[in-house]
Ligand binder design. Structure first.
Ligand code: BGP
Length: 488
């Protein structure tokens, strides 16, 4: 394809993404309070199939973590020290030519306990500085309000998102940051991978599993409260800054049927309906028909309050953002098959697809399938805010990192985005996960590297934290410079 022949629109938002809970650090600086992500110690894992089990926290482990001084052994407390190095990192993002940069605000940096009477000015000032730095470089901030972290007091003392009270506390937090950063931030996402509240309720919703008799019911109650909070935050954004654009955010976990047996097709269809339930509510403004039977079959009695249905119907989002890493497989009788990992899921191994070192299927075509399906279903703009390859990168003696495998991963997925655009899909942008090596969400590893920028830090937190450009840095810089025309 020649330089000027590209399917990507001229205003396509190329960039990269991180999350406060995996990159920021400074966990006990600037008035920040402890968050749910600060409770997760590093634990070497060999089983990468059921990752959700490693992320959930017991009350005892939370109380032990709260008593743990400093950050040693708790990688999400130190991240990659973005808190002190954000200017240097943004310099590198500008060198890449980023049009946008996705990051999240740490709720407990703004309201340390979640229910504080006043916001923490030092926390507000920190993000002012970051957004000013981004805007100075012509990089549009794309900001997630909640990315797997919430003030730990709301989890321990309120019961996390299962409590209806947390809605008002979140809306106050949302209104505070929407007002403070009006004119500096135009693109907002409410909850990262909102469906994680069902898959891993502690990570997604601050629920402590041992407290629940029916964890699935508690999780759907929690995600209902997040739906309401997201809709109210969307309403607030529109009145505070009519120029802002609000997106929902889903971990799109597409399931293929294990065979053409209709029972396998039915199994995959249900998995996909349950995944898309979250975008149905946030884009269409109501629960899908399947919810009624599913809730009845699983003894889930959702408590809704008067006005909830109107709130959802009247405050739907402007666009859908989502993460896509891999595809999964469903079967009527899953026990017949071998398993492998798949983001926060374990899944049936797809014999047609290779897997990453962490067992995730490599399926670029699946991204095109997902984009077409989303657009057929909702006909709203789409934004891929997470896609990337977690891999073991080795720095050579001369300081280079030859990550051709990451270039290959990105090339093949970006090619499929181009095909989807040719299929008529309206795609707003693509933010590589992670723009820079950061702490893994599911395993708290640094050794599971995603970035085009290498960070000198090990799983044990030791290292210089020096940043250096991998081979993929130059490649991605050229992709952005040619607006996706040159992918070789
Ligand atoms: C998504 C999260 C991100 C990121 C990504 C990669 O679920 O939204 O925070 O971590 O997964 O997963 P991991 O870091 O576990 O490899």
């Amino acid at each position: 394809m020649s330089k000027n022949e590209t399917p990507f629109p001229a205003d396509f938002l190329w960039g990269g993404a991180i999350a406060a809970s995996q990159a920021e650090g400074g966990f006990d600086e600037g008035g920040r309070g402890l968050s749910t992500s600060d409770m997760v110690p590093y634990a070497k894992q060999t089983d990468y199939v059921d990752l959700a089990a490693h992320m959930s926290r017991s009350e005892a482990s939370i109380r032990e973590a709260i008593g743990h001084p400093g950050s040693e052994g708790y990688p999400k407390r130190y991240g990659i020290d973005f808190y002190h190095r954000y200017a240097e990192d943004i310099e590198l993002f500008a060198e890449l030519g980023f049009k946008t940069f996705r990051m999240s605000i740490s709720w407990s940096r703004i309201f340390p306990n979640g229910d504080d009477a006043q916001p923490n000015e030092e926390g507000l000032a920190f993000y002012d500085s970051v957004f000013d730095e981004l805007n100075k470089k012509g990089i549009e901030p794309l900001v997630t309000m909640s990315h797997y972290d919430m003030p730990i007091k709301l989890s321990l003392e309120y019961g996390g998102w299962k409590s209806r009270k947390v809605i008002d506390l979140f809306v106050r937090y949302a209104e505070t940051i929407l007002n403070r950063y009006r004119g500096k931030v135009k693109y907002w996402l409410t909850f990262n991978e909102i469906n994680t509240t069902i898959i891993e309720p502690y990570t997604g919703g601050g629920l402590i599993a041992e407290r629940e008799n029916n964890l699935l019911e508690a999780s759907y109650q929690a995600v209902h409260h997040q739906f309401i909070a997201s809709a109210l935050a969307t309403r607030a954004a529109r009145s505070i800054d009519p120029a802002s654009k609000i997106g929902c955010m889903l971990a799109r976990m597409i399931h293929y049927p294990a065979t053409s047996d209709p029972d396998d097709v039915l199994a995959a269809q249900l998995e996909n309906q349950l995944n898309l339930l979250h975008t149905d509510v946030q884009v269409r403004g109501a629960y899908p028909a399947i919810a009624k039977r599913y809730f009845a079959d699983h003894h889930i009695k959702l408590k809704m309050e008067a006005g909830d249905e109107e709130i959802l119907r009247e405050n739907t989002v402007d666009f859908i953002s989502f993460s896509y890493y891999t595809s999964l497989v469903a079967a009527a009788d899953p026990g017949k098959y071998g398993v492998t990992g798949g983001n926060l899921y374990s899944t049936i191994k797809n014999p047609n697809l290779p897997v990453t070192e962490w067992g995730w299927h490599l399926d670029p075509v699946g991204l095109r399938v997902v984009l077409k399906e989303f657009y057929d279903r909702y006909e709203v703009p789409l934004f891929i805010v997470e896609n990337g390859l977690g891999a073991v990168d080795t720095m050579q003696a001369d300081g280079t990192v030859e990550d051709d495998y990451r270039i290959d991963y990105m090339r093949r997925h970006i090619e499929q985005i181009g095909e989807a655009i040719r299929d008529g899909v309206d795609v707003m942008g693509y933010t590589l996960w992670g723009a820079i090596d950061i702490v893994s969400a599911s395993t708290s590893q640094m050794s599971k590297r995603y970035g085009v920028i290498y960070v000198d830090q090990g799983d044990d937190g030791r290292g210089t934290l020096d940043r250096s450009r991998k081979k993929s840095f130059g490649w991605y810089k050229n992709v952005i410079a040619t607006n996706g025309a040159e992918l070789e």
